[in-house]
Design a protein around this ligand. Structure first.
Ligand SMILES: [Zn+2]
Ligand SMILES: [Zn+2]
Ligand SMILES: [Zn+2]
Length: 357
């Protein structure tokens, strides 16, 4: 994630912020520019950009309905668009019942993670058609509560529809799940990244020249999926999974291996972009602005494995050391064996070829 600054006073602000902590200006994210902008509000309730406008015309804006009325969003919409919801909120088709106040908190967390995902995908040059663009396979999200009376809700992807069990947005429940399943890492953002991997497989790999190399690296995805999954939950991962996969779950089926590896790639790219924009040297650059993650990651001729070793590993070690200094566990609890490095390099190549196409 790039570093955001208040366009009115220049203070550092964060992607989720709705107001600058230093000058008090209302903030809104402008999707077309992929950055937070400070605004003033006129007498009729239209918002106008403050400070550095980068030459943009003084369009009137309004905050997404889910920003002002529901407090779960901070994205902006040009008044001339005639839309009430922002680009991001339009992907969400189902939200949990808000009569339960906890559900609003969960909804907020889900939307934040979803917005981070969308920004990452955009910065990688990946287009993300919505159901409006592609009614059959476009991307949509259903945020659903399960339970004794509501029935079982399984987080997953099917033909562009991502269903999220909102209990994943509850810290206690998710942490319980994580320890119960013996996972070192389980985050809401990680779930979004994982499901995005499933969304992109049939777009970038299935019908393309990448299918055969995919099978060589990840295995044959025609393996019966439901059988593989139930076998995984019955028997657990093979004892040597860590030598071949980024997570135990990735070992259950080539599609899950892909989704886990894809998610991991997005973790690394996003973290490296963040580091670059904060001016964390570690072999990247020190001017504080940082290159876009395409260039952080993939200069023509760059060897992906070499980038991981030279740039990512020192950064990951630094982040884990910081966490330990602050009394937390490792935020990056992973070791990458050679087969996983090769799979990550494959994801990198697929994404860059998709961008070029
Ligand atoms: Zn400010
Ligand atoms: Zn919105
Ligand atoms: Zn999956």
């Amino acid at each position: 994630m790039i570093t955001h600054r208040c366009t009115c006073c220049g203070s550092v602000v964060f992607f989720e912020n709705v107001r600058c902590g230093a000058c008090g200006s209302p903030l809104g994210f402008v999707p077309a520019e992929q950055r937070l902008v400070a605004f003033s509000v006129d007498a009729v309730g239209h918002w106008h950009r403050l400070g550095d406008t980068r030459g943009a015309a003084d369009t009137a804006w309004h905050p997404c309905t889910n920003y002002l009325q529901e407090a779960v969003c901070n994205w902006m919409v040009p008044v001339t668009d005639g839309e009430s919801l922002c680009e991001s909120c339009r992907y969400t088709e189902v939200i949990p019942a808000l009569a339960d106040p906890r559900n609003r908190t969960y909804w907020y967390r889900l939307e934040v993670a979803k917005r981070r995902l969308l920004v990452s995908l955009r910065s990688l040059g990946l287009s993300v058609p919505s159901r409006r663009d592609d009614p059959v396979r476009g991307l949509a999200f259903h945020f659903v509560a399960g339970g004794a009376t509501l029935g079982r809700v399984i987080t997953g992807h099917a033909s562009g529809l991502v269903t999220m069990n909102i209990s994943e947005a509850d810290d206690v429940t998710r942490e319980h799940q994580r320890t119960h399943m013996g996972e070192p890492y389980r985050t809401l953002l990680g779930h979004f990244r994982h499901e995005a991997g499933h969304f992109f497989w049939p777009r970038l790999v299935g019908p393309t020249r990448w299918l055969l190399p995919f099978r060589t690296l990840f295995g044959d995805e025609q393996l019966p999926y439901d059988d593989a999954l139930s076998a995984h939950y019955r028997r657990g991962a093979p004892p040597d999974w860590a030598q071949h996969h980024v997570s135990a779950y990735a070992s259950c089926h080539p599609w899950e291996d892909w989704a886990e590896t894809w998610a991991h790639y997005l973790h690394i790219v996003d973290a490296m972009e963040t580091a670059a924009h904060w001016g964390a040297a570690l072999g990247i650059g020190t001017d504080g602005t940082g290159p876009a993650n395409q260039t952080v990651f993939a200069e023509p001729g760059d060897d992906f494995a070499a980038i991981l070793g030279a740039r990512w590993l020192p950064l990951a070690q630094f982040v884990n050391s910081m966490n330990r200094s602050l009394g937390h566990g490792d935020s990056y609890p992973f070791v990458l064996p050679q087969p996983v490095v090769e799979k990550l390099a494959f994801v990198d190549a697929v994404i860059r070829s998709g961008v070029a196409a």
